[in-house]
Design a protein around this ligand. Structure first.
Ligand SMILES: Nc1nc2c(c(=O)[nH]1)N[C@H]1C(S)=C(S)[C@@H](COP(=O)(O)OP(=O)(O)OC[C@H]3O[C@@H](n4cnc5c(=O)[nH]c(N)nc54)[C@H](O)[C@@H]3O)O[C@H]1N2
Ligand SMILES: Nc1nc2c(c(=O)[nH]1)N[C@H]1C(S)=C(S)[C@@H](COP(=O)(O)OP(=O)(O)OC[C@H]3O[C@@H](n4cnc5c(=O)[nH]c(N)nc54)[C@H](O)[C@@H]3O)O[C@H]1N2
Ligand SMILES: [Mo]
Length: 673
């Protein structure tokens, strides 16, 4: 007899600011339908297209179901099933031998946010810290934006709560395609618009978010610092700054003023490709409306000057005192308010001093370096063969015959092809986890709702087993997910006061204990002196990877509508919706200059590599810019190459971030391959 469908609660695990509260229809141990919870104050009843298609991913015939070991050549992707016992025995034995020969620090975890569930994301690090392995600097996404923000406001990033945005009078969406990457912010923006707010979108290409805006400013990539300083200078010239607020809560204003003087409106207008009149008008409006909300996206931080740009924009709401007013302020992330007790679950208490650190944007270099030599790599929650900069170096490293590579995955990704051991992981529907967020202030808990297929196991299970096998006996390796979650909540911080695990487990979603209304930075910064730091002033960085005759265009790679990075990149219905092959967009003027026709495949070359992509010619892109839409599984692209063939392992100005939005490129008409 068939069981009748039930609707159960869950939480979206994808790396997106919205961290949605879900309703999932389950029947016969199958996920049938996914929607957003109507009563959740942020999710408000809708799930994005990616999650609506999650059942297809969850029950995909290609799901990995058994532990496997390599039988083919490195990178070939041929495996044979083995038992968990054999996998754990083998891996432990091979690790022991490598530690003896090369030391613990030759072992490296490589992970990011394939799941945002804190326990499946970070608990595995306790294993590596207990072992004494090299430390991974997790810099692939948010580190530049964070460093830029925190250089002004101190540690723990706050943002204006999305629920307050309805009160904004002026909204600036700066380097963010919120309609795509933060879609649950939209209802609040629309409500503000309805109440008369103006919306300005600053982005090198016109997209869904621009349609929502009153004005779209097609900025030249990487020139945001100049624009922010020009706006700051003009506000100061108009006397639009909030002197009382600045006197109490700011430092370094004189130096800032001098930096602004370097960027008169006319100069910035020319440099950024934006009409001077528009800049002046926005400065006037900002001088008038304290309820100005400036939302910064991470996309614009992925270049050589990304940290300075973030920090320059971040100062604008402070300059006009916007943080004190409901609906004013802005932000880049809300994550700093989740003041959980993160020490134990991630094994920080086990971290030995002086560990070698590896920046994850330089994985290629780390794998190819002879001294120090890496002897083993454990990849989980990430797909570095595609997403990490300078793919050809990464792949060359992964091909090393002497490197032991263990990959935990749901699918046989490009990275999994290089594994020596490929281990089947559970999805968010099959394990419990605790979820913070970076676009709102709700803490959430999800129970498993499906039995795992085959022999899939949570990341935490595997690393706890391996820890025991290697004789690592810290109590953290015997804790259940529930115990780890309770430990995370074991803190005196007022934002978490009164939130117990039992309560969270029963309610599933709990708002942090924030003052109501929450007006972050209305009483200054998170630095000990409470001052927002205007000095040293931000500087407009001139890119080393310059535009010249050989490489005349700048390539940016914003998120695709139907994928989350490479997650969902193998789901047929979504691939069809994306046009079945990866695309780039170019302006008609550039297309005619370089002899490229709409719909053809073209070659794209940077100083680092070369790929082939189908091109769409459209005036939504500003001239001089090539937009690569979303990431694509390399092996499903026509040339089997990742976009990151084009990017470099060089780092941003702050936070050791990646230069995904940076490469200077040339395009050539290319016959189909
Ligand atoms: N659908 C979908 N949603 C996603 C993701 C996805 O892959 N797909 N990825 C998720 C992840 S991991 C992240 S980190 C976030 C990222 O999201 P965010 O970075 O916060 O926002 P994006 O939508 O990437 O916004 C980037 C926008 O900045 C523009 N941009 C690029 N360079 C510049 C520049 O120099 N200056 C200015 N002003 N704008 C610039 C791009 O054209 C793009 O439209 O999104 C998350 N959400
Ligand atoms: N050129 C270019 N490159 C980029 C970007 C860009 O804009 N342009 N964006 C960058 C950004 S913002 C980010 S965040 C990174 C993201 O890069 P990654 O962190 O690598 O994200 P994904 O590509 O989504 O890969 C996540 C993998 O984790 C797996 N996974 C999910 N849940 C679990 C689990 O519970 N256990 C295990 N073992 N595996 C799981 C999924 O199946 C998926 O294959 O990419 C970066 N790379
Ligand atoms: Mo990201």
């Amino acid at each position: 007899m068939k069981a009748s469908p039930t609707i159960v609660r869950s939480v979206c695990p994808l790396d997106c600011p919205d961290t949605c509260a879900l309703h999932i229809t389950v029947a016969d141990n199958r996920m049938v339908r996914v929607t957003g919870q109507r009563q959740h104050p942020i999710t408000r009843g809708f799930a994005c297209v990616k999650l609506a298609h999650y059942p297809e991913r969850q029950h995909h015939p290609d799901r990995l179901l058994h532990p496997m070991k390599r039988i083919g050549a490195k990178g070939e992707g041929r495996f044979t099933p083995i038992s968990w016992e054999e996998a754990i025995d083998d891996i432990a034995a091979r690790l022991r031998q490598r530690i003896e020969q090369f030391g613990e620090q030759s072992i490296l975890p490589y992970c990011y946010a394939g799941t945002m569930g804190l326990i499946q994301r970070d608990h595995p690090l306790a294993f590596f810290r207990a072992l004494g392995a090299a430390e991974l600097d997790q810099t692939i996404c948010a580190s530049t934006g964070s460093a830029g923000w925190e250089s002004r406001y101190g540690p723990h990033k706050f943002s204006t709560p999305p629920e307050s945005v309805r009160h904004a009078r002026l909204i600036v969406l700066w380097g963010i395609n919120a309609a795509r990457s933060h879609s649950h912010l939209l209802p609040w923006i629309k409500e503000a618009k309805h109440r008369g707010a103006r919306v300005i979108h600053i982005d090198p290409y016109r997209n869904e978010t621009s349609h929502l805006a009153d004005e779209h400013w097609p900025i030249v990539p990487g020139t945001d610092t100049a624009l922010a300083l020009a706006l700051g200078g003009e506000i100061l010239r108009l006397g639009g700054e909030d002197r009382e607020y600045l006197a109490r809560y700011a430092s370094g204003l004189d130096q800032y003023r001098q930096a602004c003087v370097q960027w008169p409106v006319e100069r910035a207008a020319e440099y950024c490709g934006i009409a001077a009149e528009r800049i002046r008008h926005l400065a006037q409006q900002m001088s008038r409306h304290r309820q100005t909300y400036i939302k910064i996206g991470y996309g614009m931080t992925r270049n050589e000057g990304g940290g300075n740009a973030t920090s320059a924009i971040a100062l604008l709401p402070a300059l006009i005192g916007a943080w004190q007013h409901l609906g004013g302020g802005g932000g880049i992330s809300t994550s700093g308010a989740f003041r959980l007790n993160t020490t134990r679950y991630s094994g920080m208490h086990l971290l030995r001093p002086g560990r070698r650190r590896v920046n994850q944007n330089q994985l290629g270099k780390a794998l190819l370096s002879h001294s120090p030599r890496l002897s083993a790599l454990f990849v989980f929650n990430s797909n570095p063969a595609v997403v990490a900069p300078d793919s050809s170096a990464v792949r060359q490293g992964l091909l090393r015959e002497d490197l032991l590579t263990v990959v935990l995955e749901h699918f046989q990704t490009d990275t999994a092809d290089y594994a020596d051991y490929l281990l089947p992981a559970t999805t968010f529907a099959e394990h419990a986890d605790l979820y913070a967020a970076y676009g709102h202030y709700y803490l959430q808990w999800a129970e498993p709702i499906l039995a795992p297929p085959g022999q899939c196991r949570p990341n935490s299970w595997f690393f706890q087993q391996l820890a025991r096998q290697l004789g690592l006996h810290d109590p953290v390796f015997s804790m259940t997910t529930e115990e780890l979650a309770a430990d995370l909540l074991d803190t005196e911080h007022p934002f978490l006061a009164g939130i117990s695990f039992e309560q969270l487990r029963a309610r599933r979603s709990v708002r942090l204990n924030l003052p109501e209304p929450f007006l972050p930075y209305s009483r200054g910064s998170n630095f000990p002196d409470g001052k927002i730091r205007f000095s040293p002033p931000p500087q407009q960085v001139v890119f080393r990877d310059g535009i010249d005759e050989e490489f005349p265009l700048r390539l940016i790679s914003p998120p695709g509508p139907f994928v989350l990075n490479t997650t969902m990149g193998n789901i047929e219905s979504l691939l069809r919706a994306s046009g079945s092959e990866p695309r780039v967009l170019m302006h008609p003027d550039d297309a005619s200059r370089y002899g490229v026709r709409h719909g053809q495949r073209i070659g794209i070359r940077s100083r680092h590599g070369r790929i082939v992509r189908r091109v769409g010619i459209t005036d939504t892109v500003r001239p001089g810019v090539v937009v690569a839409l979303g990431q694509w599984w390399a092996k499903l692209a026509p040339d089997r190459r990742s976009l990151n063939e084009l990017t470099s392992q060089e780092l941003t100005d702050m936070g050791g971030g990646s230069l995904f939005g940076n490469p200077a490129v040339a395009v050539t008409a290319e016959p189909p391959c």
